[in-house]
Write a protein that binds this ligand. Structure first.
Ligand SMILES: [Fe+2]
Ligand SMILES: [Fe+2]
Length: 226
């Protein structure tokens, strides 16, 4: 429990910094005002999430969970056009990660019985849904300008970056006990199932709808079929 919520605390610290930077960059490239403002609001949401997660991490015994500095490295390739690189990042962060988070936390909330965990998950979930939409809105706007064709080729890279090593192979160490369900924890096999299902039913479909060819992404995921 301490590990889960300390991990989430670090992720929220990184998300805060990322949305702050992306909001500025989105403004620079002349993104839709609603997307720029959405990214600014998201940065504020993530800072609040950090505190929600840190409170639970500490409750379960994590020491100083907010003692984490977001790394400066960013996604995408440095030789890319800034606007494309930002689109890459928005798709990776919002369309993939935030969509995954939403699916995952929805399931966690279904199983959790602990009231404090339920309240926290519900609180986080409400915002993450909005963060996912932000990416889809930006992608749609860029597609309407004829941009984003390159996403077809980098989709496997994005997916690879969206999982921990050994996750899809099911070899990642993930200690488990039935009782953990009550606290909104899920066993690794179920996490993998949610990842695959969400990728297929939400992310690929969403990208297809904007005319992005997802065949390379689908092939990448199929490599982990058993
Ligand atoms: Fe968050
Ligand atoms: Fe978020």
């Amino acid at each position: 429990m301490a590990g889960t919520w300390a991990f989430r605390t670090r992720a929220e610290i990184e998300a805060t910094a990322r949305f702050e930077r992306m909001a500025n960059e989105l403004a620079e490239i002349g993104a839709e005002p609603v997307v720029v403002q959405g990214a600014r609001d998201a940065a504020a949401d993530e800072a609040r999430h950090r505190d929600i997660c840190a409170r639970l991490a500490e409750k379960w015994g994590a020491k100083d969970p907010t003692n984490h500095v977001a790394p400066r490295e960013r996604v995408g390739r440095s030789d890319m056009d800034q606007r494309d690189r930002l689109l890459w990042e928005m798709v990776a962060v919002c369309c993939i990660s935030e969509t995954m988070n939403t699916a995952l936390m929805t399931r966690c909330l279904e199983v959790a019985k602990d009231e404090e965990i339920r309240v926290s998950l519900r609180d986080l979930l409400r915002d993450e849904v909005r963060h996912a939409r932000l990416g889809w809105a930006h992608l749609a706007a860029e597609r309407s300008h004829g941009r984003g064709e390159f996403l077809r080729d980098v989709l496997p890279l994005m997916m690879e970056a969206s999982v921990e090593p050994g996750f899809l192979e099911g070899t990642m160490p993930a200690p488990w006990a039935e009782g953990l369900y009550d606290y909104g924890e899920l066993p690794l096999a179920e996490l993998v199932e949610i990842y695959r299902g969400t990728m297929q039913q939400v992310v690929f479909k969403g990208l297809d709808a904007t005319g992005i060819d997802t065949s390379k992404g689908r092939a990448w995921l199929a490599r982990f079929d058993d």
